[in-house]
Design a protein around this ligand. Structure first.
Ligand code: GDP
Length: 444
């Protein structure tokens, strides 16, 4: 997400921060570069214009220029303006307390609407502890209703039984009464998509909305379509009262123009972003965190949350216990690798850590990164239990066997052993410095 923009802005800000004093001209020059970076990221022109104007006004004030850290202050001003442009606060679903609350999903075909319906239902079930029913009203696309049923099984969310030939408004009525009768908290209606915004689609949406009286009407758009996504949102917003937008495929969107313009152009909040094909690829959209990611300040909060969700408490405790004793063998390394993969691989981790653009450049593409994790895992798995516990017994002959077993080379085996050794040395040093207190000393 936002890699190219982040890289561009990172360069501009590094130069600003690196200087002691700043003149008005320095700031104006930097902001010209910010303007170009935003335009290249495909942010809508009026949005860029407003943004730069607002930031310029705040940044060339004498208080900023005369301060001890003018560069830092300018970066802070840009960061605040970016957060405001993205919508300031996260806006979660606002569901009626008297069940069933109704969430209606709308959007063009292929935008990711059906997948997102299942992702949100899963999130409501897991995080909100809600009993959710999903119903597909898509009678145009063959197998759309079956697709939702399959996703329902994966998400462990109930779907309305399919009645062949029934029309959208009637399905909506049936879904609503089933939800009431069977005590569901939330009903999610996945409406039919179209290839383009057309009147028949809009009329159908309005009819469904009038029988189901949704708490939320969420528009799903594909972030990769950039300005088109914003235009689609504008035309939908003119026809139905959208309560929010979900931007899908943010995982593949290096530019991020749609995300950056959406709020300002449509006045509708981005509620969620889709970050992968799988059902756990959904995040609540948090403007301040996203601004932090874009400006290369990292999103450590999300990283920690992701870790807490993925890593079992007991595993973490077991590892902490071993580290406290100064132990860190290849078994420990392997479980660390598995956890990294579960957290979305190196690419996902790098994008949340500070200085992302630089790290990313140094590494190859995401796919390759994750292949490295898989190869490392294969190597360690090809060792015997004794070798994993005491890597020093790996003779040249044993290394050849491990390389063959894992389909890698002896050089790669050596690389892992060296990496493990370095990590183990670091852990020992930490232990000497007094455990976790030592960790602070090491980095601080
Ligand atoms: P619909 O026609 O709008 O209902 O679209 P679908 O839900 O069938 O999605 C179309 C394709 O986009 C499917 O292959 C999904 O797996 C994929 N997709 C949906 N959301 C995301 C996302 O956030 N990231 C990625 N990478 N793929 C997605």
């Amino acid at each position: 997400m936002f890699e190219s923009l982040s890289e561009r802005l990172g360069g501009v800000f590094d130069r600003l921060r690196g200087r002691g004093a700043l003149s008005e001209n320095d700031v104006r020059a930097a902001l010209r570069e910010v303007r170009i970076a935003l335009l290249e990221a495909d942010v809508a022109l009026p949005v860029v214009r407003d943004f730069v104007e607002q930031v310029t006004e705040a940044a060339i004030g004498q208080a900023v220029l005369r301060s001890i850290t003018p560069g830092q202050q300018v970066v802070k001003i840009v960061s605040d303006a970016l957060t405001a442009m993205l919508g300031s606060e996260a806006v979660d679903l606002q569901l009626d307390v008297t069940p069933p609350a109704v969430v209606m999903m709308v959007g063009l075909q292929g935008s990711g609407k059906t997948t997102t319906t299942a992702k949100i239902a899963r999130r409501l079930r897991e995080k909100g502890r809600k009993k959710v029913l999903m119903a597909s009203l898509d009678v145009n696309r063959p197998a759309a209703q079956e697709q939702l049923a399959v996703l329902g099984v994966q998400a462990e969310v109930a779907t309305l039984p399919i009645v062949p030939g029934q029309q959208p408004v009637d399905i909506a009525r049936r879904a609503l009464s089933a939800a009431k009768l069977q005590g569901f908290d939330v009903l999610m209606l996945d409406t039919a998509g179209r290839l383009h915004v057309d009147q028949a689609l809009m009329d159908e949406m309005k009819a469904v909305a009038s029988v189901s009286e949704p708490d939320e009407i969420l528009l799903v758009v594909d972030s990769l379509t950039g300005q088109d996504a914003v235009n689609v949102a504008t035309s939908f917003a003119g026809q139905v009262s959208l309560t929010g937008v979900v931007l899908t495929r943010m995982d593949g969107d290096a530019r991020g123009g749609a995300a950056l313009s959406m709020r300002a152009v449509t006045g509708k909040p981005i509620k969620f972003v889709g970050t992968g094909e799988k059902l756990d690829g959904l995040e609540l959209f948090q403007p301040a965190r996203v601004a932090g990611r874009i400006l290369g300040m990292g999103d450590v909060v999300s990283l920690v949350e992701r870790a807490a969700e993925t890593i079992k408490q007991e595993d973490a405790e077991k590892l902490a216990d071993r580290l406290a004793k100064g132990k860190f063998d290849l078994n420990d390394l392997r479980s660390q690798l598995t956890q990294m993969r579960k957290m979305g691989g190196l690419g996902a981790l790098a994008s949340m850590l500070p200085g992302i653009a630089k790290v990313k450049n140094a590494m190859a593409s995401n796919a390759v990164d994750d292949k490295i994790l898989i190869r490392m895992d294969a190597i360690i798995s090809s060792m015997t239990k004794a070798e994993r516990a005491r890597p020093e017994i790996l003779s040249a002959k044993r290394k050849i066997r491990v390389a063959k077993g894992s389909g890698t080379t002896v050089q790669e085996v050596n690389k892992i052993l060296k990496m493990h050794q370095e990590m183990a040395t670091m852990m020992k040093r930490m232990k000497k410095m007094g455990g976790l207190k030592g960790l602070g000393a090491l980095f601080g």
